[in-house]
Design a protein around this ligand. Sequence first.
Ligand SMILES: [Cu+2]
Length: 427
Amino acid sequence: MTYRKTAGAGAAALLTLASLGIGASPAAAKAPAAAPAACTAGSQVKETLPNGTTWQLCWRIDERAGLVLDKVSVATRRYPEPVQVLQSIRLAQLNVPYDSGETEYNDLSDFGFGGGDLETLTGEDCKGGSAREGSDGGPQAQRRKVLCVSAEASGLAYRLHSYNFQTNAEKVYSKQGHDLVLRTISKVGWYEYVTEFRLADDGQISARLGATGDLSPSDYVRADDGWPIGKNARDYASMHYHSAFWRVDFNIDGKGGEKVEQYDTKVDGHGSMAAKLKTSKKTITKEGSFSKVNRRWWRVVSPTSKNKDGHKRSYELVTGADDRYEAHPETTPDVTFTQAHTCEKFATGNADPQCATKKTILDYAHDKETLKNPVMWVRVGFHHVPRDEDQSPMPLHWQGFDLLPRDFTEMNPLTPADRAGVNGQPN
Ligand SMILES: [Cu+2]
């Protein structure tokens, strides 16, 4: 994976959460006085990471979609006033077709990540973290310990060896970063899926899905569609896809009404030394699906909320490793933007009677409605070719994406006090 920060963090030691105030009572009382509305349908998480960044959100379990985060806001030591980022973020489908063409599942809409399929945390599931109790989202709404909240080291956050030519003063700035991690585990058939959101102390949000458990014992196939697992050339475990979708609804600074922008950079002649590259912006005003070409990226930008430099606040979609499943039209585009409608809950296999003719994101976008409150549907695929090491249990394999703050604050929110004047071209 090409996670900017989280890839290297997997093996990093958990911090002792007691030292962070996580796990005790609502001990993040050091956090700045908070604003966002109380959690109506779920429970609150509000935690301050060692560098002073406080994330606050509501969480709940949807019977189908599993872990849902609502009203996600961030405050930092430098910018202590909490500012909302997301209205909600959740998985929106997991499509699993087998290469044999004989089997296909939609794990969210056919089975669901909540209810009875949601695992109670045990063993080392949440070692070093705090296991939170909440409703499992099933018909009985059983209250169980299902959410793990932890702070994990994310590696070097920044490093600068500065030198002042006037005073000859030198100084090294070096800081370790941390993520607030929210994690649930759902057992669907033989697989166990880890739903994870990582909220970094520099404002980045990462969504990812991990798969572990066991290879399905019933999905052994002819040699052409599988990989030999076990002795010699006897058992072939089926190759298959995991195409995951997430539904992301921004609400930047609680103002809503975000705009979607797409940026492309193309070679445009030559300068005296190197090629000239020209970057152009296209505002996406109507519903539609889009895919990456070289250097293309998207951002969701507030038309009204600005940072202290007068720049519009936004978050950028950063995608990494991805296998596209082009055999379905709905699992082909990288991202789809649609106007928010409450009955449009899943990227595919949508069964809400309120939008009976709208089964997939392509149906949602078909009438090219004007985007007034855009919802972003992100697809990330993984073609799983089983290997001997997948048993047993199978090591976690991950897929996901990052949301990167772009001009959300006028400087790095982790800027140390004596770098505060470094903003714009130095004299
Ligand atoms: Cu798999």
